[in-house]
Design a protein around this ligand. Structure first.
Ligand SMILES: [Cu+2]
Length: 175
C-alpha cells in the first residue's frame, strides 16, 4: 500500500511538473503574449483541480472500506466467548479465564481507577494483542487463540507502585 501511494504521488508530481514546464516553455515561445498564457494556465489549473477532486473521492471511496467504522463492527461475526476484564491498581479482574482454541474471544476491557494497558502474551513474552484499559470506557479486543496454553495478561501502562505485579492468566484449552 505504501509503495502504491509513493508511486502514485511521484506520478502525479511528475505530471504537474511536466505541465508547469510546458506552460513555462509556451510563455517564452509566444513572445510574451501574457494574456493568452494566463488563460491557458487557468484552464489547465481548473482541469487539474477537478481531476484531483475526482481522484481524491475515488481513492477515499476505494480505500476506506476496511476501516474499523461502527458499521463494520456491527457486521462482524458474534464472538464465541466474551471475557470481561477490569484493570485495578494493581491486579486484573477477569470474569472468566478459560476458553477453547480456535474460538473468537472478545475481551471487554475497562479500568476501575486509572489507565492500564491490557496486553496478552504468549510464552517468551511474545505480545499477541493489546489495548488500553480506561476508566469510563469499554474497549473490545478480539482474539482467536490458535495454540493451546497459558497466556499471560500484563499491564502495558505504568500505573503506579506495583504495576509490574499486575498479572492474570488466560487458559486456552485444546479442541
Ligand atoms: Cu500498569
Amino acid at each position: 500500500m505504501q509503495d502504491v501511494a509513493w508511486t502514485l504521488s511521484l506520478l502525479v508530481m511528475g505530471v504537474i511538473a511536466a505541465v508547469f514546464l510546458w506552460v513555462a516553455a509556451g510563455a517564452s515561445s509566444t513572445g510574451g503574449d501574457a494574456g493568452a498564457i494566463t488563460r491557458e494556465a487557468y484552464r489547465l489549473r481548473a482541469g487539474l483541480f477537478w481531476i484531483a477532486i475526482a481522484a481524491g473521492v475515488a481513492i477515499s471511496f476505494a480505500t476506506l472500506w476496511s476501516w474499523p467504522m461502527p458499521g463494520h463492527v456491527a457486521a462482524a461475526p458474534k464472538p464465541d466467548a466474551v471475557i470481561k476484564a477490569v484493570g485495578h491498581q494493581w491486579r486484573w479482574e477477569l470474569d472468566k479465564d478459560t476458553v477453547r482454541v480456535g474460538q473468537l474471544v472478545e475481551f471487554e476491557i475497562t479500568a476501575a481507577d486509572v489507565n492500564h494497558g491490557f496486553g496478552i502474551y504468549r510464552d517468551k513474552h511474545h505480545l499477541v494483542a493489546q489495548t488500553q484499559a480506561m476508566p469510563g470506557y469499554v474497549n473490545r479486543l478480539r482474539v482467536r487463540f490458535t495454540e493451546p496454553g497459558e497466556y499471560e495478561v500484563l499491564c502495558l501502562e505504568y500505573c503506579g507502585l506495583a504495576h509490574h505485579a499486575m498479572r492474570a492468566v488466560v487458559k486456552v484449552s485444546g479442541q
